[in-house]
Design a binder for this molecule. Structure first.
Ligand code: FES
Length: 183
């Protein structure tokens, strides 16, 4: 699966250069209820390091993406290095390495879906969300659209993931309805 937003220019809200967010203030995520939840997760694993993926998921759930400061917080809690965590974050497509829209739209454009018109579906999403280009976020912060590789539904082109929801057989014409049904 290809990874994360692939910004390719355009005039809207592009992902800034890597590192741009480093100076952003960071309120700790793992306090109060979240800390209790993390402790519960930790109790299920043989080592602290083994809880890295769910900890990253909690961070992203709380903040919408995995920030540098968030990584440092987790590194401290799980007693592993930030460099190790960054390697993990960059490996998995489910973690966002910079802020994305409230609705994160992933369209499969691998060959079988491409042959069935996935590029037109992408164009329709870009047009109707106002994102303008892949990897960019719409000016109101609502949408980010990216291409991904096989979503495992090759017989149901074009499959699309919007946040955690999976939608099969999306066509350019069905895009406006799908967007209008998002909350
Ligand atoms: S190629 Fe698109 S889901 Fe497999």
């Amino acid at each position: 699966m290809s990874h994360g937003p692939s910004a390719s220019g355009g005039a809207l809200v592009a992902a800034p250069p890597h590192g741009h967010y480093h100076d952003e203030p960071h309120e700790p995520v793992f306090v109060g209820e979240a800390r209790t939840q993390l402790d519960t997760i930790l109790s299920r694993y043989p080592t602290k390091q083994a809880a890295l993926l769910p900890a990253l998921w909690m961070l992203q759930d709380a903040r919408g993406w995995v920030s540098e400061k968030g990584i440092e917080e987790i590194a401290s809690l799980l007693e592993i290095t930030p460099a190790y965590i960054k390697g993990v974050v960059s490996f998995y497509t489910m973690y966002h390495q910079h802020p994305v829209g409230r609705h994160f739209i992933q369209v499969c454009t691998t060959t079988p879906c491409n042959i069935c018109g996935a590029e037109e579906v992408v164009k329709s999403f870009l047009e109707h969300t106002g994102c303008g280009d892949l990897g960019l976020t719409s000016p109101d912060g609502t949408y980010t659209v990216i291409e991904v590789e096989c979503l495992g539904a090759c017989g149901f082109a074009t499959p699309v993931m919007i946040n955690n929801d999976f939608i099969e057989s999306v066509t350019p014409e069905s895009v406006p309805r799908i967007l209008s049904e998002l909350k």
